[in-house]
Design a binder for this molecule. Structure first.
Ligand code: 5RP
Length: 219
């Protein structure tokens, strides 16, 4: 395991403390979450099932023998475990590097507690160095890109040859100055054609577990 993988495994292990007693959990998407799925197996965690944030995670959960539940069929998701691309000191996030932002935001909103698992490389003072993903209806792609540029600046880039699990496209906005993430999230949400913006600021993480070389910190 590389040193970064070791940190991902450490933060994933730390998340096990937060799912104690939960029968249904939400599971995010990405390489850090893959370690968390491995932990569920290694520690023989007893749950009724998991609500999944992507087709990729669904496959991994099934391969691990963990029942995958439809969000429509569960009344409560006690805790949601997911990674992030950037985390600021107020636990606001950029997500969607893996393209699963829409289902991730739905589960973030539906869960009682969102526990974000990251290694130290994801911590920033201010969001925006990581290109901000926006999932869009395909016909609106150029329109949304122009609207975002005129309102906020930045350089939009179409994530070519990528279709989301929901059949949509993604544009990544480079070099944004995100001084007010809540206002930006609201404004981008309001542009017709936008499905989801990868800012998780209106509802940030409840807890962030940050793995360093020698310890895991709780924020
Ligand atoms: C996927 C995401 C992931 O949480 C994010 O990209 C982090 O992934 P990783 O753990 O591989 O760094 O938002 O849409």
């Amino acid at each position: 395991m590389t040193p970064q993988d070791q940190k991902k495994r450490k933060t994933a292990e730390a998340a096990l403390d937060y799912i104690k007693g939960a029968r249904v959990i939400g599971v995010g998407t990405g390489s850090t979450v893959n370690h968390f799925i491995d932990c569920l197996v290694d520690y023989k965690i007893d749950i009724d099932g998991a609500v999944s944030s992507s087709e990729g995670t669904t496959q991994r959960l099934k391969d691990a023998g963990i029942p995958v539940l439809d969000l429509n069929d569960v009344n409560e998701v006690k805790v949601y475990i997911d990674g992030a691309d950037e985390v600021d000191p107020s636990k606001r996030l950029i997500k969607g590097g893996g393209g699963a932002l829409t289902r991730e935001k739905i589960i973030t909103d539906a869960c009682d507690q969102f526990v974000c698992i990251v290694d130290e490389s994801k911590m920033v003072n201010s969001l925006g160095a990581f290109p901000l993903p926006i999932e869009v209806i395909p016909m609106s792609r150029s329109y949304v890109a122009r609207q975002v540029m005129s309102k906020f600046g930045g350089q939009p880039e179409w994530r070519e040859n990528f279709i989301t699990d929901n059949g949509n496209q993604i544009i990544d906005i480079h070099n944004l100055d995100i001084s007010d993430p809540v206002a930006m999230e609201k404004e981008i949400n309001d542009i017709p054609g936008v499905i989801t913006v990868g800012l998780f600021a209106i509802k940030p993480a409840d807890v962030v577990l940050i793995a360093y070389d020698d310890e895991t910190k709780v924020m």
